[in-house]
Design a protein around this ligand. Sequence first.
Ligand code: FES
Length: 150
Amino acid sequence: MPTFNLKINNKTHTVETDMDTPLLWVLRDKLDMVGTKFGCGIGQCGACTIHVDGNAMRSCLLQVSQAEGMNITTIEGLSENGDHPVQEAWEEVDVPQCGYCQAGQIMTASAFLKSNPNPSDSEIRNAMHGNICRCAAYNSIEEAVKVASK
Ligand code: FES
């Protein structure tokens, strides 16, 4: 089986797996980084969102062989102590209900705010609309992104 060197949260991890294994499976099953969630496995829900070279991407759609040489950040590496402005805004607004989608939401929001630090309400809605929340906490999610942008 081939081996892959992955740069995740500023550390290099070597994993042995099939080349078409989705990165999501590698993160969760081989590296025990279970903050990144499995929702649909087909790129539809956003629960598995990570940053790849600073851009929000769905780790269920990225094969491990494509991820070599890229800078990968998961929710575990977004901040030292859960104190990224988006994480703090999430707490301030008290967003989570069941909490399952939150890591993906936060990873999408943090990449978005990096590229657009002062978004309008409609830009926030557009940026977040691909991340599904089964509790439908969309108003709180948008509010938290707004708080984080201030
Ligand atoms: Fe990847 Fe749903 S698990 S988008």
